[in-house]
Write a protein that binds this ligand. Structure first.
Ligand SMILES: Nc1ncnc2c1ncn2[C@@H]1O[C@H](COP(=O)(O)OP(=O)(O)OP(=O)(O)O)[C@@H](O)[C@H]1O
Length: 357
């Protein structure tokens, strides 16, 4: 059964449509305030959109279009929402927390306990069955919360940054558990971490300002980004423009040279992007001699240690965006780089990938 949604919520400038196939996990990525939690809230039934409709297979979650409005309450949607914090019932032990859903759905005490034991085993937490939430670490509590969500047998699992509140040692274990339990399950996971997207999601949806900015198979979005946000996650610089013979033409009319995808026959004038890593950018003072291509003036905004390199961030006024270069500390010192300085960025065209926007 597939999931389909279209919803608008004017007060939050939110308007999105999306669908999930059976067994598909989708990662939602986007900057703060982009609408990621709003999306989950609308699906879970915690937020009522102004208009739209959502269904899982034949089951309508809501339908606010047309004459007769339908609105299912959260507990009748077949969805389960897992938040950043585990939010377990503090007075119940882990087993009873997990058994709560099946019990509320009418299972006998014995059947609910059996289901709870099964799901605790699935999340590697059976030995914790008799602990109260106060006796659990953050990572353990979150695994119990996953078991509790799954014990309700949801058709669609919603995860709102489940790893965000965990320390770096607990996150890998929960990620492994999620990889196992999300297999063949419909799930939407909101995350800030590309590792979650790579490990858990078939598809990535990038949201910005309440809208879908780009979407596609995880590797495609993260290795061939089309939005500034996805490019930032991928650690790439991105320049938008229209396709030219040997690269793209930027909005200010400059030709930016790069390598076209060999399996792509672009139409002249088609929208395209040029992506290149900070390591392909050199920094010069004054005019650049030799090949004038891919050299443009920028103003340094920020210098930051990045591994054994210095990441030079700069704003390219003509391109109206931020770009980064990675250079050695010695080169940075020789150039005397400081924020506010006007320099030139020169990009090796052999390391620039050009593809459709
Ligand atoms: N309780 C609220 N009342 C009114 N507006 C809200 C409320 N919560 C969020 N918003 C607004 O709705 C928009 C979307 O916010 P949302 O929390 O969905 O973003 P997000 O992508 O989940 O952000 P984050 O990554 O910071 O959690 C933002 O403009 C935000 O200011």
């Amino acid at each position: 059964m597939s999931f389909e949604l279209q919803a608008s919520l004017g007060a939050r400038n939110f308007d999105m449509s999306l669908s999930l196939r059976d067994g598909e996990t989708v990662a939602i990525l986007g900057p703060n305030g982009a609408g990621k939690s709003t999306l989950l809230g609308v699906i879970a039934g915690l937020l009522r959109p102004d208009s739209g409709a959502a269904r899982i297979g034949d089951k309508e979650l809501f339908n606010l279009d047309g004459g007769s409005h339908h609105w299912s309450p959260p507990h009748q949607r077949g969805t389960a929402l897992l938040a950043q914090e585990a939010l377990l019932f503090p007075h119940l032990n882990a087993l009873d927390n997990v058994a709560f859903g099946p019990r509320s759905a009418g299972a006998s005490k014995a059947a609910a306990r059996e289901a709870a034991q099964h799901w605790l085993t699935e999340v590697d937490a059976l030995p914790l069955a008799h602990r109260k939430p106060a006796q659990l670490s953050g990572g353990q509590a979150q695994r119990i919360a996953v078991a509790r969500a799954l014990a309700a047998e949801p058709e669609l699992l919603l995860l709102d940054e489940p790893m965000a509140a965990l320390d770096i040692h607990a996150a890998p274990l929960l990620r492994r558990v999620l990889k196992r339990v999300l297999k063949d399950r419909k799930a939407i996971i909101v995350t800030h971490d590309v590792l979650d997207a790579y490990m858990l999601a078939h598809r990535v949806i990038v949201v910005e300002k309440g809208r879908i900015a780009e979407q596609g198979p995880t590797r495609q979005v993260l290795e061939r980004p089309r939005s500034q946000f996805a490019a930032g996650l991928a650690g790439l610089n991105l320049i938008s423009g229209t396709i030219a013979k040997d690269g793209i033409t930027t909005p200010d009319g400059q030709v930016f040279a790069g390598q076209h995808d060999p399996d792509w026959s672009p139409l002249p004038g088609q929208a395209g992007v040029a992506a290149f890593p900070p390591s392909s950018v050199s920094v010069f003072l004054g005019d650049v001699h030799g090949s004038p291509r891919n050299a443009f003036p920028v103003t340094v905004t920020d210098l930051e240690r990045h591994g054994d390199q210095i990441r030079v961030r700069a704003s390219a006024g003509a391109l109206a965006q931020a770009l980064s270069a990675d250079i050695t500390p010695a080169a940075s010192a020789d150039l005397g780089l400081v924020p506010g300085m006007d320099v030139r960025f020169v990009v090796k065209s052999a390391l620039v990938s050009v593809y459709p926007a």
